[in-house]
Design a protein around this ligand. Structure first.
Ligand SMILES: [Zn+2]
Length: 259
């Protein structure tokens, strides 16, 4: 059965467009309900506003902000703890409440290495997995709405061949392990070639990041052909939580790479 609703849980504004923007646009165009949670950058901040413009470009409704601070930027959520320092149970309870309210069939977040090792991404993976389990269990957080069983979790990732092609490590210390999932472990590639212009427009809505973020600067430095080739495919690992799970997309243009 195709998904009626898909939730994306991201750590920072720009990740939704960079890693999953084509998938969001495809789902929105197919009439699937899309919801987005963003752990950092509170409502009222510059980057939260950029996130909302990016989602509008992708055809998706506005994101909900969990209101934690971005590790490097205390002013991203004045007075709030940094995501990685925040009370873990409190964060899981928040995401659980959103899952029970939005009732997604599939939830998308980062792989366990946060795609390339970013601590906020890794933390978001852990919060999301704990919340998916909690959401299905009525006895925990009983005030957060009726229990809801997510059918599949998808982890956004990048194959090692792509990382080799880029020829650099993005956003991590020099001694960090290289990013990337071995190609034969990728469960799903999503063809977003027809959505790549909207995805690039959405990425460019994150203006305050364009001259700061290593990943975005690297993308900007590429010639257009190379950039389109990189952005036209999105990669996922899949974990089914019930028998049969749930496909990420309602139509056939997703491809499972044979193991
Ligand atoms: Zn990020």
């Amino acid at each position: 059965m195709p998904p009626g609703s898909v939730m994306f849980v991201h750590a920072h504004p720009d990740d939704e467009s960079l890693w999953t923007g084509g998938t969001i646009a495809r789902l929105a165009d197919a009439g699937v309900a899309v919801s987005t949670l963003c752990c950092t950058w509170a409502e009222g901040t510059k980057r939260h506003a950029e996130l909302q413009r990016a989602l509008a470009t992708l055809g998706a409704p506005p994101a909900a902000a969990l209101g934690y601070a971005d590790g490097a930027y205390p002013d991203s959520a004045p007075g709030a703890p940094r995501l990685c320092d925040a009370d873990f149970d409190g964060a899981v309870a928040q995401v659980t409440a959103h899952i029970r309210a939005d009732r997604p069939d599939a939830v998308v977040t980062y792989d366990a290495y946060g795609v390339y090792g970013h601590p906020d991404h890794i933390h978001t993976n852990r919060i999301t997995l704990a919340a998916v389990d909690a959401a299905a269990t009525s006895s925990i957080y009983p005030d957060a709405g009726p229990a809801w069983q997510v059918r599949s979790v998808y982890f956004t990732t990048v194959p090692t061949s792509t990382m080799d092609a880029i020829g650099r490590r993005i956003g991590t210390a020099d001694d960090a392990p290289p990013a990337g999932t071995p190609n034969d472990e990728i469960d799903l590639t999503v063809d977003v070639a027809d959505w790549v212009d909207r995805k690039w427009t959405a990425i460019n809505e994150h203006r305050s990041e364009m001259d700061r973020s290593t990943a975005l600067k690297a993308l900007l430095a590429l010639d257009e052909d190379t950039r389109r080739r990189l952005l036209r495919v999105e990669y996922y690992l899949r974990r089914d939580l019930v028998q049969g799970g749930c496909p990420l997309l309602p139509d056939a243009r997703e491809q499972v790479i044979p193991r």
